[in-house]
Design a protein around this ligand. Structure first.
Ligand SMILES: NC(=O)c1ccc[n+]([C@@H]2O[C@H](COP(=O)([O-])OP(=O)(O)OC[C@H]3O[C@@H](n4cnc5c(N)ncnc54)[C@H](OP(=O)(O)O)[C@@H]3O)[C@@H](O)[C@H]2O)c1
Length: 345
């Protein structure tokens, strides 16, 4: 067995897009071993690395909910790992756990930072990073606390074919809403209506997108789930119902802007006159509710009430710096993961 580990370190703060071979540096270091464990720690081997749009922000030095990744520091990331050795009562050898130990093949971590992968039978191991993991929790908490969908309401989801949006739309269907998804290709739109049960799906790249959205929302929009920001948000504001709730989850269309200048939302007049509630949140605001979210999402997945969508990039950790760009070109459908080491189910 190799005694070497590989990890990605941040080499520079990207201006604009992340550039493979430049933004990050892949380094070879000694592999940690069981002999290095202190009480309360576990030795982990990474199987899957979650790639998230938020990573673009984490490598930037600006005021945010987390400190930036340091230059020369290991890149932050949510991973699914196997416990190789344990000096913790929370996990034993062979257990699968998720943690934020980052873009690395092996790591030692304190047990207070691990989450058990104890999803019900009928789920997939990667669901712990996707629809029943941080992505699913984001959808679940944003809807529970801000969107508060009720039967018969009209919900519009941007980034609908992505990891978070695909779960948001399906939960809203379970709640009896009429759900309109917005995505960047006709194939993604077909997937949303044919596979995931969305009522309507619209391609925002179509020249008739604005008219299409107006036509699809004759009773206006009660809940708008924003993953994208920019022009699509502006159009959704114009089409909002009175007392609409705008769940401000993310604004990926602006993440690669130099200096992250605000993208144009000219429509704040409508926020006032329609008494719209626009509220941002970060998934970790609701950490205490994670066990309940994981259980309900896991149950829905196991029962087939929601379907997972995932794009898994094979080829090991080295693929991470290439694959992260797929989030910004829309190459992924559903949860984007790098398979660092295949996992037998
Ligand atoms: N608040 C929180 O705690 C929290 C937690 C997780 C995620 N988020 C946010 O949720 C959003 C979705 O994250 P995710 O992990 O689920 O990623 P994702 O939706 O799986 O992937 C990103 C998708 O965004 C779309 N996109 C990229 N550039 C775009 C642009 N300029 N205009 C419109 N769409 C664009 C692409 O799909 P198309 O092909 O459709 O363009 C792409 O597939 C992000 O804004 C993220 O920051 C927030």
């Amino acid at each position: 067995m190799s005694t070497k580990n590989h990890e990605f370190q941040l080499a520079e703060r990207a201006e604009g897009h992340i550039i493979p071979g430049r933004t990050f540096k892949l380094v070879e270091i000694d592999m940690p071993t069981a002999a290095d464990l202190k009480d309360g720690q576990v030795l982990l081997e990474t199987h899957y690395l979650s790639l998230d749009p938020a990573m673009r922000g984490w490598i930037q030095d600006f005021r945010s909910y987390l400190p930036p990744v340091a230059i020369g520091g290991r890149m932050r990331g949510n991973v699914l790992s196997k416990v190789l050795a344990s000096k913790s009562s929370k996990a034993k050898e062979g257990d699968m756990v998720t943690s934020f130990c980052g873009w690395t093949e092996f790591a030692i971590i304190d047990d207070k930072f691990i989450q058990p992968d104890n999803l019900p039978k009928g789920t997939k191991v990667t669901d712990a990073l996707g629809a029943a993991g941080l992505t699913g929790w984001t959808a679940y908490f944003g809807l529970k606390h801000i969107g508060q969908p009720k039967a018969g309401e009209t919900v519009v989801v941007s980034g609908a074919a992505g990891a978070t949006g695909s779960v948001v739309g399906q939960i809203c269907k379970l709640k009896g809403c009429r759900v309109i998804g917005i995505a960047g290709s006709d194939e993604k739109c077909q997937m949303l209506t044919r596979e995931l049960g969305f009522d309507v799906a619209l391609n925002y790249k179509s020249p008739t997108f604005r008219e299409d959205l107006v036509k699809a929302t004759p009773d206006f929009i009660d809940i708008y789930w924003d993953n994208v920001g920019g022009e699509i948000l502006s159009i959704a504001l114009d089409q909002s119902a009175s007392h609409a709730r705008f769940v401000m989850c993310g604004s990926i269309s602006g993440y690669n802007n130099e200096g992250r200048k605000a993208t144009g939302v000219q429509n704040l007049y409508r926020v006032t006159t329609s008494r719209i509630r626009m509220e941002g949140f970060v998934v970790t605001d609701y950490s205490a509710e994670i066990p309940a979210a994981r259980e309900e999402l896991g149950q829905w997945l196991a029962e087939g009430k929601i379907k997972r969508k995932e794009t898994i990039v094979k080829g090991g950790l080295k693929m991470a710096e290439h694959a992260i760009g797929d989030l910004f070109t829309g190459k992924n459908t559903g949860k984007l993961l790098v398979e660092v080491k295949a996992c037998e189910e």
